[in-house]
Ligand binder design. Structure first.
Ligand code: UD1
Length: 357
């Protein structure tokens, strides 16, 4: 149950309601836990197996929020472990399911790893939800479900094209699976959030993306290149876009995190218009790789050395969001612009350089 905060424009959830966050030690998961702990009274239980994250994220969340929460370690593909550990948690009001592999090139190289992990974990967590009468569910999807869209910006009604990568296909399958699950379980309410390109770090610079192995995403490669720990190769500059570079809709990770609270509020309060609600989470601005590099150079006051190489398999050429639906129905408004994203990513890289994380 929600109570309005006496002074701030936020809601306080009655104590004893628990939200399970899978992949809570990950990039978006840890930023979402920060928002849950600071904006709500929900009890947070995080699940992670640290396959592409590190438990140090929890320490950073604690440092930023001054609050602690329960952490569980198991693989969501292990159904027995999942049922044993989550059955012990009382009063689960909802599940935010982040846990998944997310690299486009990795998925091209090893498709089975992606189909197995991303689909089996989703099946298991939905099965748990059904058996334990947890009816509020939020799923991390991706703009990669649109493939090379036949219209830009994409709305939630833009027809999905064939996915360009196994990663994108696992998200398409995940969305279909949830749709069929909803039809079979009318009491169930789901929100599917299609993230565009989450970048940046917490505004304090104290938490950000910390991939276990060499990152594949543009922003961490840029910041690592700036400190001499990586070398950026831009994948193609001969696309049919305004400057020849790929176009994406970069969105600050804390804005993405905030949308999860609003999505939970929507279904917990039964304000959802459909049993399954889909939202694009992007700023609405298409930005080229070159423009990202220039924004980074401006905000970090650093010249970035990079080279242009061939196109990367699995990349779509251009995609950016129409975010009207999320703004209207979720009452969500992205707060941060590209400069903020690059500055916070840079602050986080400098925190990493100091070894202070
Ligand atoms: C994809 C998904 C996004 C998801 C993300 C998770 C699409 C359109 N988007 O992002 O929703 O959150 O995976 O990983 O599928 N680039 C370089 N050099 C590099 C790395 C990247 O030029 O070394 C370029 C890419 O070609 C691309 C842009 O930077 O144009 C962004 O790439 P990346 O950060 O890897 O994200 P996407 O693959 O776009």
């Amino acid at each position: 149950m929600l109570l309005p905060h006496p002074t701030k424009n936020i809601y306080l959830y009655c104590t004893m309601q628990t939200i399970v966050v899978t992949g809570g030690a990950g990039y978006i998961g840890s930023h979402t836990i920060i928002e849950l702990l600071t904006q709500t009274k929900l009890t947070v239980v995080s699940v992670d197996n640290y396959s592409n994250s590190n438990a140090s994220a929890y320490e950073r969340v604690k440092k930023i929020t001054g609050k602690d929460f329960q952490k569980l370690e198991f693989d969501l593909c292990d159904k027995t472990a999942l049922n044993q550990q989550l059955s012990a948690i009382k009063n689960i009001a909802g599940i935010i399911h982040f846990a998944a592999f997310k690299s486009v090139p990795d998925s091209v190289a090893d498709p089975l790893k992606y189909y197995h992990n991303n689909i089996a974990s989703l099946v298991n967590i939905l099965d748990f939800a059904k058996n334990n009468h947890v009816t509020n569910f939020i799923f991390s999807s991706s703009c990669s479900v649109y493939g090379n869209a036949n219209e830009l910006p994409v709305t939630e009604n833009t027809p999905l094209q064939k996915a360009e990568s196994p990663y994108g296909h696992t998200k398409q399958i995940g969305e279909d699976l949830i749709e069929f699950f909803c039809k079979a379980n009318p009491e169930f309410k789901a929100v599917v959030l299609r993230y565009f390109n989450p970048v940046g770090a917490h505004v304090t610079g104290l938490n950000g993306e910390l991939p276990i192995s060499r990152p594949n995403n543009l922003a961490p490669i840029i910041t690592q290149t700036a400190v001499g720990k990586n070398s950026l190769t831009v994948f193609g500059n001969d696309f049919n876009t305004r400057d020849g570079y790929c176009v994406r809709d970069y969105i600050h990770v804390s804005d993405i995190a905030d949308a999860h609270l609003k999505a939970f509020d929507l279904i917990e309060q039964n304000r959802n218009k459909q049993q399954l609600s889909l939202y694009n989470l992007g700023t609405g601005n298409g930005v080229s790789v070159l423009e990202v590099i220039h924004a980074f150079e401006k905000m970090s006051e650093t010249k970035l050395n990079y080279k242009v190489g061939p196109r990367r398999e699995g990349d779509v050429i251009a995609v950016y969001a129409n975010n009207d639906k999320a703004k209207t129905e979720l009452n969500w408004l992205p707060k941060y612009n590209l400069d903020d994203m690059m500055l916070s990513a840079w602050k986080w890289q400098l925190t990493l350089e100091k070894g202070d994380y």
